[in-house]
Ligand binder design. Structure first.
Ligand code: HEM
Length: 158
């Protein structure tokens, strides 16, 4: 069983992260990993936070590739992300141009929960758990907006 626990982010905190077990990627395989990323993005683009993402399909495909190769690297995969895409990754800077309150982070995690449930029959649950724990904690680093403040993205939505 996987515990999809949610804890609250405090704006500005940067808790220490533990990387996912490398067995997560080994059992899923790189192809399975990219399928999971595709699944995650179709869930996200149909969610409450879809307005954060571009409408253009080509742009979405690029983001999937970059995001997928970065996430795979974090799971012990190769460094395609560093070689092919942008070189360095700064979690805070990448997301700085968006106003991300904790409620958007929680919705983003809900999308991941669905995508991870779809691979529960492919990967040992302890490894899915390690991936979830990493996502849940690392995503706290990018919360940069108060929950009750109306953001640019909220205005764009309404
Ligand atoms: C563990 C947490 C997260 C990690 C490691 C992460 C990582 C990434 C990476 C690697 C990219 C691609 C950057 C590139 O183009 O090279 C990206 C893009 C993006 N992320 Fe995150 N992300 C996280 C959480 C979130 C959350 C919680 C949101 C909330 C809404 C979010 C919103 C976005 C958006 C909107 C983009 C697209 C940027 C664009 O339009 O180019 N991310 N993220």
């Amino acid at each position: 069983m996987v515990n999809y626990d949610y804890t609250t982010a405090v704006m500005g905190e940067r808790p220490e992260v533990t990387l996912p077990n490398k067995e997560f990627l080994e059992q899923l395989t790189p192809k399975g990993f990219m399928d999971m990323i595709n699944d995650f993005y179709s869930i996200v683009l149909d969610s409450e936070i879809s307005h954060f993402f571009p409408d253009d399909e080509e742009e979405i495909e690029m983001i999937k590739k970059r995001n997928g190769s970065y996430f795979m690297m974090m799971c012990g995969g190769d460094d395609t992300y560093l070689k092919k895409y942008s070189g360095v990754f700064d979690q805070v800077k990448t997301h700085e141009m968006f106003s991300i309150p904790d409620k958007a982070r929680i919705e983003w995690l809900h999308c991941w929960e669905q995508a991870l449930k779809n691979i529960e029959d492919k990967v040992d649950h302890e490894h899915i758990q390690s991936y979830w724990n990493w996502l849940e904690v690392f995503s706290k680093h990018i919360v940069n907006y108060e929950n009750d403040k109306k953001s640019h993205e909220d205005h764009a939505k309404s």
